[in-house]
Design a binder for this molecule. Structure first.
Ligand code: NAD
Length: 255
């Protein structure tokens, strides 16, 4: 049985990815700040007949990041796949951007991605197999106003993905990023409200005129599609795909 750690998997995209891995028979380490994490992990275990654990690690704390890896080794004896998915967002013009929000976004989106990867890296090298999948964003490849910290953090992970691809190459480890356009999750629901304030628009106007404006296909991306792509990147067949950032954004970054 293969296994995967998915950060931020008790909500939104992470949970969608977890469901696709569970369908494919993977053991799963769930993680996230949601209070019902244990229940979600137990429910997926029951629904798909796979082994799951939940680790309530706060990814802002290095000790807890290490525990997330260690508890996975204890439960499964290995880590085949790591999906760095947890992420946070805050929208504000540069001059008003609060220091604590800048540090929070860098801490979760960038620092935790590096430190959790580091916590499983030696093990993956020794086993000569590993898959690291970073959920970045179209904002890992393009910028939007009012998202300085988010865009900076996601571009940084795009770069980190390339370095991991190079360092992992001779050890059977691949690292790729998936760059979603807009997906209707709690993170985006919050942004719709913040953007409405920043742009002085109604929420519906923000969806049509700001969010989906940049996508050629004016639809939200589904979590199922992102899960299926992550599952493919995790497979043995995807061994020659590494260092890439794959846009799943309805034709945004071609412009
Ligand atoms: P979400 O808010 O639904 O889920 C985020 C998850 O991260 C939650 O489980 C949350 O508990 C967890 N998390 C946040 N801070 C944490 C911390 N300190 N420690 C542990 N867990 C923490 O958001 P989502 O939309 O599902 O986003 C998932 C990823 O996809 C993020 O990296 C986000 O940047 C990226 N993304 C989302 C969209 C979108 O439109 N929703 C688009 C592009 C990229």
């Amino acid at each position: 049985m293969k296994n995967v750690i998915i950060t931020g998997s008790t909500s939104g995209i992470g949970l969608g990815i977890a469901r696709e891995f569970a369908k494919a028979g993977y053991g799963i380490t769930f993680n996230g700040l949601e209070k019902n994490g244990e229940e979600i992990a137990a429910q997926i275990a029951q629904e798909f007949g796979v082994k799951t654990i939940f680790v309530a690690a706060n990814l802002l704390k290095l000790e807890e990041i290490k525990q997330l890896a260690e508890k996975t080794f204890e439960a499964f004896g290995k880590v085949d796949v790591l999906v760095n998915n947890a992420g946070v967002q805050f929208v504000s013009p540069v001059e008003d951007f609060p220091e604590d929000k800048w540090r929070l976004i860098m801490g979760v989106n960038l620092d935790a991605t590096f430190f959790l990867t580091q916590a499983v890296w030696k093990h993956m090298k020794e086993r000569k197999f590993g898959r690291v999948i970073n959920i970045t964003s179209a904002h890992g490849l393009r910028a939007s106003e009012f998202k300085s910290a988010y865009v900076a953090s996601k571009h940084a992970v795009t770069g980190l993905t390339k370095v991991l691809a190079l360092e992992g190459a001779e050890f059977g480890i691949t690292c790729n990023a998936i760059c979603p356009g807009y997906v209707k999750t709690p993170l985006v629901e919050g942004q719709i409200k913040d953007q409405a304030k920043a742009h002085n628009m109604s929420e519906e106007e923000v969806i049509q005129k700001v969010m989906l404006k940049k996508q050629a296909i004016k639809e939200f991306v589904s979590v199922e599609l992102l899960g299926k792509l992550a599952l493919f990147l995790a497979s043995e067949e995807a061994n020659m795909i590494t260092g890439t950032s794959i846009p799943v954004e309805g034709g945004w970054v071609v412009q």
